[in-house]
Design a protein around this ligand. Structure first.
Ligand code: THU
Length: 144
């Protein structure tokens, strides 16, 4: 799975967004070490706070649908978003999604922020760039 293909998956996933309140459609495609890809979109709610972001949809699908008891190894995520699904630049992961990444990912986890759909272009960074001094399960004695 090339970075370009992962970005295409995120762009396709964005089309499934349910965003009648903000009008901003977001898509994500999460690559696992075994090659599997889980996609996600944002799903809004009339009560607003139950809204879930595209990135967390992808992570929660990957965790809830895993076959092994152990957690999968996460390699990278591609993310895109924009008003009405039009990409005009990067749509960076929110703080809550960064914290969810911190729960499941190592410092080498890569984030591809799509800046253009056609041609596909993206900026990359690593999790510690997005969330320095991050809180993770390492800080708890009972790591589950
Ligand atoms: N959104 C995401 O899906 N991911 C993010 O990381 C940032 C925000 C969604 C939530 C909401 O449906 C819309 O974008 C506008 O905030």
């Amino acid at each position: 799975m090339t970075n370009e293909q992962l970005c295409q998956e995120a762009l396709q996933a964005m089309k499934k967004a349910y965003a009648p309140y903000s009008g901003y459609k977001v898509g994500a495609a999460l690559l696992l070490a075994d090659g599997k890809v889980y996609t996600g979109c944002n799903i809004e709610n009339s009560s607003f706070t139950p809204t879930i972001c595209a990135e967390r949809t992808a992570f929660f699908k990957a965790v809830s649908e895993r076959k092994e008891e152990s957690l999968p190894e996460f390699v990278r995520i591609a993310v895109c978003g924009g008003e009405g699904g039009k990409i005009t630049g990067a749509f960076p992961p929110c703080g809550v999604c960064r914290q969810v990444m911190s729960e499941f990912c190592t410092d080498s986890f890569e984030i591809l922020m799509i800046t253009s759909a056609d041609p596909v272009q993206y900026e990359t960074c690593l999790l510690p760039d997005l969330l320095p001094f991050r809180f993770s399960p390492d800080y708890l004695e009972n790591k589950g």
